[in-house]
Design a protein around this ligand. Structure first.
Ligand SMILES: *[C@@H]1O[C@H](CO)[C@@H](O)[C@H](O)[C@H]1NC(C)=O
Ligand SMILES: *[C@@H]1O[C@H](CO)[C@@H](O)[C@H](O)[C@H]1NC(C)=O
Ligand SMILES: *[C@@H]1O[C@H](CO)[C@@H](O)[C@H](O)[C@H]1NC(C)=O
Ligand SMILES: *[C@@H]1O[C@H](CO)[C@@H](O)[C@H](O)[C@H]1NC(C)=O
Ligand SMILES: [Zn+2]
Length: 438
């Protein structure tokens, strides 16, 4: 056998790999999500003309494909980078159409089932270690994240307080951690939320990472100490708790909340289109089956209402609103709902510019930055615009890694580098807040 002829060190390096494969291939091995993504593909294409875009939109609607990028079929036009998850049973119809129309496409992921099983440790040992050795380099289920929060609330009561701001549609608690030293009576604050969109798993992983880093470094790192001394951080690691749970147990690519609709069987509202700021105008859908459905009325989603109430109540001292999404590698600021420059543009713009530079300094990863409308697309009813309109001067939305190679299936191996570089950006923005900007 060829393998035996290899040098000792090579063979030794192979051994863990072989064990891993044996583990994966062991008999009785069951597939995640009932193997429902077997043979599903992720393809990328860019319509070259408006006619092509029109034809694509039509067939996407017919086949009910799951669009990864952009978030709604209505955004597709000439030149739009489009990442499409094609269910196996729709694959022949779509690929035949593309060939006939001679539209070029690139396969990004050959088999989504294989990709999601390969990129995660869900199949093998789940790491349920408790606090001191908690593993921040795997994705955690909602239950694990909530247990972790409860533990922190007990073990770090000097720096962390955990409380609930309400209940989700399905009755789950909406937990927030307040992080910071009780150094003075009045402190300004930063709001951070993760997991507005369920399938963007890197986002809750970042919120956990941020808290871990704060606790680990505030004694040794002067910047972190300054942050925790001068500010409180309100951190909501999982905003859309019902959707996130659903993405673990049922549909990995679920985006919306899980609320029911009285007239349609489709469930859920886009929690980033449900805010009372140009609600349901451009870039939001009125159709309950769409991924960007704005809901029956603003703040119809209990999760959105709870956060909006909290921010309204605390807006006097909240100076920044940071929301974490994936994927695109962008740092966005208002406006999202229109092409216009915000007042105090230069302060926000320079904060974004520095943050993106700080991020790039770690691994060279490039982020685009700018107003959400012109950098990503126009969307109304977003949390970021709402926060800004309600008096929070620094409002940002991050679109974390990557740019489509793994998309929502960012492997756990990339949690650490993604969070490490993002940490630099967030610290940079926070330090910027503490200075005067004119
Ligand atoms: C593909 O299968 C799903 C469920 O298995 C079904 O809902 C859908 O209508 C099917 N699509 C096509 C194009 O046959
Ligand atoms: C967090 O700890 C405090 C003090 O020990 C306690 O009063 C509070 O109920 C805890 N929060 C939650 C959500 O359990
Ligand atoms: C923020 O990033 C810029 C580079 O973009 C750097 O010059 C500056 O020192 C950073 N500030 C902090 C506090 O990290
Ligand atoms: C713009 O900056 C001024 C002065 O710093 C401040 O009073 C005002 O509230 C800011 N406006 C916005 C919309 O951030
Ligand atoms: Zn998102």
């Amino acid at each position: 056998m060829k393998l035996l002829g290899k040098s000792r060190s090579r063979t030794a390096a192979f051994l863990p790999l072989c064990l891993l494969f044996m583990k994966i291939l062991q008999p009785g091995h069951s597939h995640l999500y009932n193997n429902r993504y077997a043979g599903d593909q992720l393809i990328r294409l860019i319509p070259k003309t408006e006619e092509e875009a029109y034809a694509l939109k039509k067939i996407y609607r017919q086949l009910k494909v799951d669009l990864w990028q952009p978030s709604s079929i209505s955004y597709i036009s000439e030149g739009t980078v489009t990442d499409v998850h094609i269910p196996q049973n729709a694959s022949r119809a779509l690929l035949t159409f593309l060939q006939q129309a001679s539209i070029q496409y690139k396969v990004l992921i050959e088999d989504l089932q294989k990709a999601l099983e390969k990129g995660s440790s869900l199949q093998t040992q789940r790491n349920r270690r408790s606090l001191p050795r908690y593993n921040y380099e795997v994705y955690h289920s909602l239950e694990e994240i909530q247990n972790w929060m409860h533990q922190l609330n007990k073990t770090h009561s000097g720096l962390i307080q955990m409380f609930s701001i309400g209940k989700s549609y399905e009755g789950r608690s909406l937990f927030v951690l307040k992080l910071g030293r009780r150094s003075r009576a009045y402190k300004r604050a930063v709001w951070i939320d993760c997991g507005i969109h369920a399938r963007e798993w890197i986002s809750p992983a970042f919120c956990q990472w941020f808290i871990k880093e704060a606790l680990l470094t505030y004694r040794s790192d002067p910047a972190m100490r300054k942050m925790l001394t001068h500010l409180y951080f309100y951190i909501m690691p999982v905003f859309n708790v019902d959707g996130y749970h659903f993405s673990w147990i049922n549909d990995r690519f679920w985006r919306k909340t899980r609320s029911r609709n009285s007239r349609f069987r489709c469930r859920g509202v886009d929690a980033n289109r449900n805010w009372k700021v140009k609600w349901c105008h451009e870039g939001a859908s009125m159709h309950p089956c769409d991924d960007t459905y704005c809901g029956p009325f603003p703040e119809s989603e209990p999760e959105v209402k709870a956060v909006a109430n909290f921010l309204r109540k605390h807006k006097k001292h909240i100076r920044a609103y940071l929301s974490f999404h994936a994927y695109a590698q962008m740092l966005l600021y208002p406006y999202s709902y229109k092409y216009a420059t915000i007042p105090n543009f230069s302060c926000v713009e320079s904060a974004a510019y520095r943050a993106v530079n700080a991020l790039r300094s770690v691994y060279g990863v490039q982020y685009r930055y700018g107003p959400a409308s012109s950098t990503l697309y126009v969307s109304s009813g977003s949390s970021m615009d709402w926060a800004y309109k309600n008096g929070i001067p620094y409002a940002f939305a991050f679109e974390l890694r990557d740019t489509g190679h793994f998309g929502f299936l960012l492997p756990e191996m990339l949690i650490k580098p993604t969070c490490t570089e993002t940490m630099m950006a967030v610290k940079n923005i926070t330090m910027h807040l503490l200075k005067k900007c004119h």
